[in-house]
Design a binder for this molecule. Structure first.
Ligand code: SF4
Length: 69
């Protein structure tokens, strides 16, 4: 996955669905996919430590945050 794909995670429509309604089918699909999506991991690596920590808290990324940091 190239870097331009990772940057799209900032404005991802599925992510927006999750943010609007975490219980929606598409929202839950998005949350599930970030457990292993290489594009999301690349996006997370591109962020500042502060922003990364914010998203780890927001999306409860306990199991994957060790791999991202
Ligand atoms: S990699 Fe995942 S979070 Fe990023 S833009 Fe694609 S679907 Fe959205």
């Amino acid at each position: 996955m190239d870097m331009s794909k990772a940057i799209k995670c900032e404005t991802c429509t599925l992510r927006a669905r999750y943010d609007r309604n975490p219980h929606s089918l598409l929202g839950r699909f998005w949350r599930w996919h970030i457990n292993f999506c290489p594009g999301w991991k690349m996006y997370m690596k591109s962020l500042s430590e502060e922003k990364k920590e914010e998203l780890i808290q927001k999306y409860s990324l306990k199991s994957v945050d060790k791999k991202i940091k």
